[in-house]
Ligand binder design. Structure first.
Ligand code: PXP
Length: 248
């Protein structure tokens, strides 16, 4: 039974990617955030990367001022990012691993290996009234670590599921996600999910009971090229909520 609302966080990084590709003033990520909110996004996600390849500090600052939903700022757990986050105070911060050479975030945070440092880091953000989430692979030991660190939220990395192409691999990736969601809920954590989710693979994940929020970017911005952003966000929101509607 699915008695809770599934939420959609729209990641607008790739609007900024297009802007940065030419060094122009357009397309404007702020405009994208406002359209996404109007179309039903429950939050706006953006990743301020160390190399500033897409989102800039100016985007974070302006969005903090104007969002009517709330901001989920993705960032690496570095002193520079702690300083920016505690100054700008987004509602949510999701800590992700970051490598300069990667095309996109490649895996979850190794919270288990870095728990002492992350505990202090998360406490500093929590002190600024930021709700902290850790982006982790669907592994019990990472969820144990998140609980030990003391964060209220985890985001399960769905990238391995999204990349799987054979039916067996897809089913086993889904089972790992479902187990991790149940495990996280038992640990008292809010469980979100994201990475690589698109219009074809979302429904099977949305059927997993207990995922509160889906953070989705690349597929929505890509679809917007052909359908417009409002429609692209509304279509994704409908797919996420269809499961809840069907179960009533
Ligand atoms: N969640 C996290 C933690 C991410 O790092 C990303 C990518 O920035 C996403 C969700 C969104 O992934 P995608 O763009 O593949 O939908």
């Amino acid at each position: 039974m699915n008695h809770y609302e599934r939420l959609l966080g729209v990641n607008i990084d790739h609007v900024a990617t297009l802007r940065q590709a030419r060094g122009t003033r357009y397309p404007e990520p702020i405009q994208a955030a406002l359209v996404a909110e109007q179309a039903g996004a429950d939050s706006i996600t953006l990743h301020l990367r160390e190399d500033r390849r897409h989102i800039q500090e100016r985007d974070v600052e302006m969005l903090c001022d104007i969002l009517q939903t709330h901001m989920n700022l993705e960032m690496a757990a570095t002193p520079e990012m702690a300083a920016i986050a505690t100054q700008m105070r987004p509602a949510d911060c999701c800590l992700v691993p970051e490598k300069r050479s990667e095309l996109t975030t490649e895996g979850g945070l190794d919270a288990a290996a870095d728990s002492d440092r992350l505990k202090d880091f998360c406490a500093e953000l929590a002190g600024a009234e930021i709700r902290v989430s850790l982006f982790v692979d669907p592994e019990p030991r990472q969820i144990d670590a998140a609980q030990k660190i003391g964060v209220p939220v985890i985001e399960i990395h769905t990238g391995h599921y999204a990349e799987a192409s054979q039916p067996d691999a897809i089913q086993s990736a889904l089972a790992r996600i479902a187990n991790a969601v149940a495990y996280g809920q038992q640990a008292g954590l809010q469980v979100n999910a994201g990475h690589g989710l698109d219009y074809h693979n979302i429904s099977a994940v949305a059927e997993i009971e207990g995922i509160r929020e889906f953070n989705i970017g690349h597929s929505i911005i890509s679809r917007a090229i052909f359908s417009g952003l409002h429609q692209a966000v509304a279509d994704m929101k409908r797919l996420i909520q269809l499961v809840a509607a069907n179960s009533h």
